[in-house]
Ligand binder design. Structure first.
Ligand SMILES: Nc1ncnc2c1ncn2[C@@H]1O[C@H](COP(=O)(O)OS(=O)(=O)O)[C@@H](OP(=O)(O)O)[C@H]1O
Ligand SMILES: Nc1ncnc2c1ncn2[C@@H]1O[C@H](COP(=O)(O)OP(=O)(O)O)[C@@H](O)[C@H]1O
Length: 277
């Protein structure tokens, strides 16, 4: 595996702007390979990547050549914006980490065990040397999404933002575990479409309302039943279970401890090839 050190040891530009580092490349066994020309954008100078995703050989930094750049776009309310390619691509980051970036989207009622599964899964993958990051609904609402309530349109925006952030993590080569109630099918499906086929793994915590309510670790169901929390999922707000999720956890006959559930997800990722570059 290419270590972080060798990556951080990337060379500096020579006076001519040509970057070369035969030393660090020669110590990297993955660097031996055929080089292909990088997709060249208008205004960029030639960049070359190895076909095996090893550290790219840079000849200039895209977008900093002083030449005219390609067309501008408008996306939503953002006008005159331009997409910038990076000379280090997803495949390079994945090689570095020896894994494939993806999103594990954990959905289910409050108290169904989403956060517990996310933590157990993170630990299992960490033990295997795999890099994960958890985006937990409760946590993200402490910062990025603190402006959002629990009404339907705010939940939708919550899911949309987390979906976009998760996509960035996956692009970084990281296994991103998003654990949110995400009660609406349409919102979850919209996140799925942000990612390449297979890279969005929907995990349904298939645990009944009765069980969740009996657990009630935060006392929220009690408050909702007493009418002190309005619009609580499962009580007076909807939850739409997935119709075609990749993994459903919690039913009788399957391992239902957090560790067993995490093992089921790890086995899935292993089988689908996400735990190697
Ligand atoms: N009205 C209402 N309905 C459901 N949940 C509520 C509500 N109000 C507060 N909470 C707390 O918020 C946590 C869920 O946040 P999420 O971001 O995952 O919700 S959502 O996906 O936007 O529906 C949820 O955390 P979990 O119990 O971990 O699911 C609750 O602690
Ligand atoms: N697989 C499981 N089996 C039994 N209890 C669990 C399991 N997973 C979580 N719990 C318990 O259920 C409660 C809710 O778990 P939590 O992960 O906070 O759910 P959520 O994030 O969906 O709200 C906690 O008290 C936790 O210890």
């Amino acid at each position: 595996m290419i270590g972080a050190k060798s990556f951080l040891g990337l060379p500096t530009a020579s006076p001519k702007g040509i970057i070369s580092d035969s030393n660090s490349l020669s110590t990297n066994s993955r660097s031996v390979g055929v080089f292909r020309a990088c997709v060249s954008m208008e205004g960029s100078q030639t960049m070359r990547h190895s076909t095996n995703g090893s550290i790219p050989e840079l000849k200039s930094v895209n977008g900093h050549t002083g030449q005219k750049q390609g067309p501008l776009s408008t996306v939503g309310n953002s006008t005159n914006i331009k997409w910038h390619e990076s000379p280090v691509e997803k495949v390079d980051r994945q090689r570095l980490l020896d894994q494939k970036g993806c999103v594990i989207w954990v959905t289910g009622l409050s108290g169904s065990g989403k956060s517990t599964l996310a933590c157990a899964l993170n630990q299992k993958l960490y033990q295997k040397g795999k890099l994960c990051y958890i985006l937990d609904g409760d946590n993200v609402r402490h910062g990025l999404n603190r402006d959002l309530s629990f009404k339907a349109e705010d939940r939708a925006e919550n899911i949309r933002r987390v979906g976009e952030v998760a996509k960035l993590f996956a692009d970084a080569g990281i296994i991103c575990i998003a654990s949110l109630i995400s009660p609406y099918r349409r919102d979850r499906d919209a996140c799925r479409t942000l990612l390449p086929e297979g890279d969005f793994v929907e995990v349904f915590m298939n645990v009944s309302l009765e069980v969740c309510e009996a657990r009630d670790p935060k006392g929220l169901y009690k408050l909702a039943r007493a009418g002190k929390i309005k619009g609580f999922t499962g009580i007076d707000d909807p939850y739409e279970p997935p119709l075609n999720c990749e993994i459903s956890l919690g039913q009788e006959g399957t391992g239902t401890s957090p560790i067993e559930m995490a093992e089921t997800v790890v086995a899935y990722l292993e089988h689908k090839g996400y735990l190697k570059a």
